[in-house]
Design a binder for this molecule. Structure first.
Ligand code: Q9C
Ligand code: ZN
Length: 723
């Protein structure tokens, strides 16, 4: 199963006839295709035939006027008339080709989604214009005429009976139209990250703020993540993914994901003034590919810096094709204060609807009344709106696009050149290496193991003084040499063997740093003491080691180089994912290891499913270019379950991994595990800046009654609460 792509060369025709400085211009489309061509991506995709949307498809979400008004412009060659009509809409120009191309953009998006649902392709990308997410029921807006993504989602609901669709909108502008269309529909979870500046950012709407969470049955299924400052970058966005989007997405358990993929939050874009690096879009994409059985449709929206647009879009497509995620060139750090505020505000309004957010600590109404008790870690959500609610009769049509100062533009362009030149595009010959001391007990897996590259089990060169495990050293060699991207070893995984191989990777193979993650229910805590002083090795364990250390080891006694999460054996999938998103991934992204070694059980025990284990492995492949070695203990018992091992091989091979079961996603978080996670975050955020969410919020759920509207800021009013 492959990756599809849909585009139509005619999409370069649509342009503004009276102002060539418009940033939504043909080169956006041309350059994206050109970059995909250069990276030889298009030839690897299944090309889908673009087609026009039908009236029936459009009329599900748009009024008949939306068709007729645009249709009537097809034959207008009078520029003045076109400009006059365009001025009735907020940020828009119309060209005689616009009607047909808008139909093509919408129809091609439906085509992409239906090919995914037919199983003809696993995932894919629509490289299209005009974009769609501002096109409302009865109003064109923001370069958009028909809402491509929404129309495709509606098609999946109506014609394919889908029950859960996730729309992720990472365009810098709020897709207000998509929000409006599914605001009351719990079948469509709309998640948008956008510039807001408390309403000073286009489209200046109150409804773009975080407390617009849906209506009726759709409450909790509309999620806005408004950014109130410019220059937000990878650390801010990845924190939003780890703290909000991914936990919620796993709980929602979508059957399909559609991305409104604008690249206007990328570094260099004059519209967004944000700083996401092109490679970060690979990380966004890969992190969504484990969901929905891999059914992911990426649909182009905005993006106005040609260089970061084309690079970001091409890297997205490359990731859909299964190539490794290029490591981010700078390790992640603390999200900005403003991004932290946004994330906490979103958690605050949504925690009633999503179990994964119920780790948020609250303080009581009694404490709130006693204002003197307000402590440092208490967080007060506020709402501020600086926009205006008035709408003009006509909108300006010329010289309205932001222009960069030439010096700034040159500086950004140079930064992008450095980033692009530094992006690792290596692809290893084999995706998964496999080595085992004996394969007798894993015969039931032979089919899947045949798809791996067999590594030798013996070696002549042992490396200075290393006599222990030939298979582990061979595996590490193949990853460091670049023969295999990732690998599996089955054999002895006891403490000194693992220690020896980690040291080998660093001392003999010159890796700068390595992360070891012990996911076994009985982790080997001995190992960490071998590295206590070694800043090149980071030890992390997931489960509590209750056997000999007792409660002391729950939630970690720690240094920066040992992160012991301390989950309970009785915990479930939600708890494991919580530990992953709130601790392991942020810490790993800050550490930036060149290799990750995971020790795992053949099959997870307790309440944790093997699907969950597969998802964890998949999510870890975003790091270090997917250079992941997973080691299992050789088990002589032929009847033992190998479900964890099997799903791990599948995840590394890039097969779609089964979703978590409802038992996995619908459970309350385990209280002891949550407090263990809290403890780790509390202790470790002194070392790891990326862990910064240990705060309390008020235990009330309404933003209006106990709040007062004080000028433009809506804030908590202790007096109103008395009544
Ligand atoms: N100074 C899309 O990205 N720009 N549409 C407003 C005000 C509006 C964006 C700038 C840009 C519309 C699909
Ligand atoms: Zn945009």
């Amino acid at each position: 199963m492959t990756t599809g792509v849909v585009y139509d060369q005619r999409m370069a025709d649509h342009k503004c006839l009276w102002d060539l400085k418009y940033n939504e211009k043909p080169e956006r489309f041309i350059n994206v295709l050109k970059r995909c061509e250069e990276l030889k991506l298009l030839q690897r995709c299944l090309p889908l035939k673009p087609r026009e949307a039908t009236e029936e498809e459009l009329l599900k979400l748009h009024t008949p006027d939306m068709i007729s008004i645009l249709k009537d412009t097809e034959n207008i060659s009078d520029e003045e008339a076109l400009e006059k009509l365009s001025s009735k809409y907020d940020f828009l120009y119309i060209h005689p080709s616009t009607y047909q191309l808008s139909l093509l953009a919408a129809g091609s998006t439906v085509e992409l989604v239906s090919n995914i649902l037919d199983g003809k392709i696993r995932n894919g990308m629509a490289i299209i214009r005009p974009p769609g997410h501002h096109a409302m029921k009865s109003e064109y807006c923001g370069y958009c005429f028909y809402n491509n993504v929404a129309i495709a989602a509606q098609h999946a609901l109506d014609n394919r009976g889908l029950k859960r669709i996730l729309i992720v909108d990472w365009d810098i502008h709020h897709g207000q139209a998509t929000q409006q269309m599914f605001y009351g529909d719990p079948r469509v979870l709309y998640f948008s990250i956008h510039g807001f500046q408390n309403g000073a950012f286009w489209p200046h709407l109150r409804e773009s703020d975080y407390h617009y969470i849906g209506r009726g049955a759709g409450l909790g299924y509309n999620i806005n993540v408004p950014m109130n400052e410019v220059k937000m970058g990878n650390s801010d966005y990845m924190a939003i993914f780890h703290q909000l989007l991914l936990p919620i997405a796993y709980e929602f358990n979508p059957e399909l994901i559609i991305v409104s993929a604008g690249y206007d939050a990328a570094l260099g874009c004059p519209e967004g003034e944000m700083e996401i690096t092109p490679a970060c879009y690979s990380h966004f994409t890969n992190s969504l590919m484990g969901l929905a059985n891999g059914r992911l449709a990426v649909v182009l929206e905005g993006g106005y810096c040609l260089k970061s647009l084309s690079e970001g879009a091409a890297l997205t497509l490359r990731t859909l094709l299964g190539d490794p995620c290029p490591p981010l060139l700078s390790n992640l750090d603390t999200p900005t204060k403003s991004a932290q505020n946004t994330i906490l505000s979103v958690m605050y309004v949504l925690r009633r609807y999503w179990k994964c957010l119920q780790h948020l600590e609250v303080f009581s109404v009694q404490e709130i009344k006693d204002a003197t008790k307000i402590r440092e870690n208490q967080f007060w959500p506020q709402i501020e709106f600086l926009g205006s609610d008035e709408k003009p009769e006509t909108y300006p049509t010329r010289d309205i696009c932001p222009v960069q100062d030439p010096k700034v533009a040159a500086e950004l362009d140079a930064q992008l050149d450095v980033l692009i030149a530094g992006t690792c595009l290596d692809v290893q010959q084999y995706r998964v290496g496999f080595v085992a001391n004996s394969t007798e007990c894993i015969e039931s897996l032979s089919e899947i193991i045949q798809r791996c590259h067999m590594l030798p089990t013996d070696r002549t060169e042992t490396g200075a003084g290393r006599t222990t495990s030939a298979i582990l050293l061979n595996l590490i060699d193949s990853l460091v040499d670049g023969t295999c991207r990732s690998g599996i070893a089955i054999g002895d995984n006891s403490c000194h063997i693992v220690v020896d191989s980690l040291k080998y990777a660093i001392d003999d193979r010159s890796l700068q740093n390595v992360m070891f993650i012990d996911m076994r229910t009985h982790p080997d805590r001995e190992i960490q003491k071998f590295f206590q002083e070694d800043v090149r090795i980071l030890y992390a364990s997931l489960f509590a080691f209750l056997d000999s250390c007792g409660s002391e080891s729950v939630g970690a006694k720690t240094t920066k180089l040992a992160v012991n999460v301390g989950l309970q054996q009785s915990c479930g999938d939600g708890d494991v994912l919580s530990a992953l998103f709130r601790i392991l991934l942020p810490v790993a992204y800050q550490f930036g290891p060149q290799l990750i070694v995971v020790a795992a059980d053949h099959s997870p025990s307790g309440g944790v499913s093997s699907e969950c284990f597969g998802q964890v492995i998949h999510l870890l492949t975003s790091l270090c270019g997917g250079r992941l070695a997973v080691i299992f203990k050789h088990n002589k018992d032929p009847s033992s379950s190998l479900s964890g091992l099997k799903i791990c091989v599948k995840a590394l091979l890039g097969d779609p991994i089964s979703m978590l079961t409802p038992e996995g996603t619908n459970q309350q978080l385990n209280v002891v595990s949550m407090s263990a996670i809290h403890n780790v975050i509390r202790e470790q955020n002194a070392f790891w800046n990326a862990l910064k969410f240990e705060v309390q919020v008020p235990d009330i759920n309404v933003l209006i009654p106990p709040y007062m509207n004080d000028g433009k800021v809506l804030r908590y009013n202790p007096e109103l609460l008395q009544h």
